[in-house]
Write a new protein. Structure first.
Length: 494
């Protein structure tokens, strides 16, 4: 989107001399796409960004949804190219429309710095940032919040950590100023504590330091930001995996995405909430593409992005209309109102009738889910997308084969803040017999017997006289009532 950049005079001057800078600089490696690059080769019209590791996966998932069709819902055609943050030099380069292959922005500060003052990165429209703006950055950037993250303390779970289950905020501070150096001093097992922090330039590292070391204090000499000479990337299990004495700050949501359950999060007073942002130039904030994707009425703050953000380990912030800060222009925010995902439950019940099996799927949640239900028997689809009405969807399976049947109902939400759920039930169906039912046969037999008795009594009454006739007449009247009752029984069983 470089053709639409707004640059300060100093930045423009830097661009004017960029040709000399490029000639003098070492050649860049050829770009190799990263799995979390949402678009390998963006064009000038695209929305292009990079930076924070914390928000990388959420932006990747959201950009995929946008690029694959959501953009049309907003009347737009541009794609979002969110480049992954990975360690350099292994991370290689990204491919920009104007200046070609350039070193990949790695971390919140690196992304913002490149966007603000590097002539080779005029194509960057946004910098993913897990920390608020510093005073110098706030002079020409806005931070647009979109999600909530929690920074927690991670220790090894792949080997038995010497760390306790919980820590106080005061003891955490003493660990990172190196006043406490053994886990046994804070209720753990004996072992020399190895406190780590992410690389310099990490928004998570800056946020963590501001929460733990107040008053401008610095880390003690025991705190390391490298392992074997390699800078620590945010939200990896590398520093603590298989090390019983290591500890490192990590995104709670991102920790849940690490395969193998290799980290354990410390409880107690050592979890810190924060908003995460996308930083844009103040001169660009009113542009259509910025507002359509990042604004409070844009895609990233909409229900359509809720699940994508959650898939990256974060929780979408609520919009101002719902008491939140998503999509606003700030330097920082402590408004953590969220647009949470709603878990659903699908209960499937059924009854066997002569016509078949009546199924009913009931879908519930903390608020009433909207969407449809598809019904299956095994892998066979019986009926797709039956709309929910008052939380229920019905289906009649007509004359199935005799015997047991297991059915499944799968709820598909129309609003992505509701999660998919399913339920199943096993029912037995018996085909109706071709003749009358046992109940009908019994009722008909009773009717035949009653009618025969009436016929016999009529003949007897006709021949009788005197007291005998009176007695028989009473019996006939009673028999006629029995016929009437038997007729009603036949009708009910038919």
């Amino acid at each position: 989107m470089s053709v639409r950049k707004s640059l300060t005079a100093a930045f423009a001057a830097a661009v004017a001399t960029s040709a000399v800078t490029l000639i003098a600089s070492p050649a860049h490696a050829v770009y190799t796409p990263h799995p979390e690059d949402s678009k390998a080769t963006p064009v000038a019209a695209d929305l292009i960004g990079g930076g924070s590791d914390t928000t990388m996966l959420s932006l990747f998932q959201a950009a995929k949804v946008w690029n694959e069709g959501a953009k049309a819902d907003y009347g737009q055609t541009f794609d979002v190219a969110s480049f992954a943050a990975v360690p350099q030099p292994a991370g290689g380069t990204i491919k920009l429309p104007t200046n070609g292959d350039q070193n990949r922005p790695n971390g919140s500060s690196d992304g913002k710095d490149k966007m603000r003052s590097d002539a080779n990165f005029t194509d960057l429209d946004f910098a993913r940032s897990s920390d608020a703006l510093k005073a110098a950055e706030a002079a020409d950037l806005w931070a647009i919040p979109f999600a909530l993250d929690t920074v927690a303390m991670a220790v090894s779970n792949s080997t038995a950590s010497h760390a306790p289950q919980t820590l106080s905020a005061e003891n955490l501070k003493k660990i990172y100023t190196c006043e406490i150096t053994n886990w046994s001093a804070v209720g753990g097992s004996a072992g020399t504590i190895k406190p780590f922090v992410p690389q310099s330039g990490s928004g998570t590292e800056k946020f963590f330091k501001s929460k733990v070391l107040t008053g401008g204090a610095d880390y003690g000499s025991c705190v390391k930001s490298e392992v074997g000479g390699v800078p620590i990337q945010e939200h990896t299990d590398g520093p603590v995996k298989n090390d019983p004495d290591a500890i490192v700050p990590i995104s709670q949501g991102r920790a849940g995405l690490i395969p193998g359950n290799t980290v354990r999060l410390i409880g107690g007073e050592v979890a810190f909430k924060r908003a995460v942002y996308n930083a844009v130039r103040k001169a660009d904030v009113g542009k259509t593409d910025i507002q359509k994707f990042f604004g409070s009425a844009g895609f990233l703050c909409s229900d359509a992005a809720t699940l994508a953000i959650a898939q990256g380990g974060l929780t979408q912030l609520a919009t101002p209309a719902n008491g939140g800060a998503c999509g606003t222009n700030v330097e920082s925010t402590t408004n953590f109102a969220t647009n949470d995902l709603v878990e659903t439950a699908t209960a499937l019940t059924g009854t066997s009738t002569a016509a078949g099996i009546n199924l009913s799927a009931k879908v519930s949640g903390s608020s009433q889910p909207t969407g449809s239900v598809s019904f299956y028997e095994g892998a066979t689809l019986l009926q797709a997308n039956v709309p929910l009405v008052s939380g229920q969807a019905p289906l009649l399976v007509r004359t199935p084969s005799a015997g047991a049947h297991t059915y499944k109902a799968v709820f598909k939400p129309t609003n992505t803040k509701y999660l998919v759920s399913e339920g199943s039930v096993t029912l037995t169906w018996t085909a109706p017999s071709t003749g009358p039912s046992p109940a009908l046969a019994a009722a008909q037999a009773q009717l035949d017997k009653a009618q025969a008795k009436v016929k016999k009594l009529k003949k007897q009454v006709k021949k009788a006289t005197g007291a005998k006739k009176v007695k028989l007449t009473k019996k006939l009247k009673k028999a006629k009532k029995s016929v009437k009752t038997a007729k009603a029984a036949v009708a009910a069983a038919s």
